[in-house]
Design a protein around this ligand. Structure first.
Ligand SMILES: [Fe+2]
Ligand SMILES: [Fe+2]
Length: 272
């Protein structure tokens, strides 16, 4: 490197070369602040456009999830509860406000793939044959396929949840037998919340299980089905989850409204 090139590289960045200096520094400053204002406006417009695209896609996929869910649960309340309770668990396990917002919207879509499951399997009381079990288990892959078409981070999370919400901490789940941290955190959260919520609902093949029995069943699956640290947080604060679930069921809290992507302020007010 020649001496003049080396010296130029050492020159402080604020030192403007003489041949580039503006004749009128006031005009130069005004020009610079116009550039800054323009780029801030463009950034805000781009963010608003992205949010609108996110909202439109989330709305339509949430509706599709409801169509799948209504076949199994006539109230569709399971979806709302899974969103709200997953958000609470994400918050209690130290996730950021943005991650809490995302999982609140992504978790309700976990069973969207059941749209492709025939009624003869979905509504069958009693056990499945091997072939029926395979059809049933495929709702995870279908869901990931439907949701994975988008590049929007929230829908990428929803696709990960759909694919992994039946994986188990010990590797005994499906569809890919992932284990431990191989399962994304959002999938581990929804696995536990889905299990908790499904047990406390009346199903065609069994009545609802009591909260105390559910707690014992959850604990039995520590480090088997569930992430042990996550389970400890959940069980230690299970009363908060039961309260939130009961509030949703009683209609005290309009959690369906929380599924609107712009409901962040409402969510904060509700402590989610
Ligand atoms: Fe599922
Ligand atoms: Fe579910």
């Amino acid at each position: 490197m020649s001496d003049s090139v080396a010296l130029a590289a050492l020159r402080p960045v604020h030192e403007v070369p003489k041949n580039l200096a503006f004749a009128d520094p006031g005009a130069a400053m005004a020009q610079l602040s116009r550039y800054a204002a323009d780029s801030q406006r463009l950034y805000r417009e781009r963010e608003a456009a992205l949010r609108q695209t996110e909202q439109a896609q989330v709305n339509s996929l949430t509706l599709l999830s409801r169509a799948a869910e209504y076949r199994d649960d006539e109230t569709g309340a399971h979806m709302d509860r899974v969103g709200a309770l997953s958000a609470l668990l994400a918050k209690l396990t130290g996730h950021s406000a943005e991650e809490v917002r995302m999982i609140r919207l992504a978790a309700p879509m976990h069973d969207i793939g059941k749209i492709a499951t025939p009624d003869s399997v979905l509504k069958k009381p009693g056990g499945y044959t091997i072939a029926e079990r395979r059809i049933m288990n495929n709702h995870t892959r279908f869901g990931a396929e439907i949701l994975g078409q988008s590049d929007i981070p929230l829908l990428r999370m929803a696709a990960a949840v759909a694919l992994t919400h039946h994986e188990c901490w010990d590797g005994s789940g499906y569809p890919r037998q992932l284990r431990g941290d191989e399962i994304p955190w959002c999938g581990r959260i929804v696995t536990m919340i889905d299990f908790f919520d499904a047990l406390t609902m009346d199903r065609v093949y069994r009545p609802a299980v009591s909260d105390e029995m559910t707690r014992q069943m959850l604990q039995k699956e520590r480090a088997r089905k569930f992430d042990p640290e996550m389970l400890d947080v959940f069980v230690n604060q299970i009363d908060r989850f039961i309260q939130l679930r009961d509030d949703i069921n009683a209609g005290v809290r309009d959690h369906a409204a929380l599924l609107h992507p712009q409901a962040q302020r409402l969510a904060v007010e509700m402590g989610l």
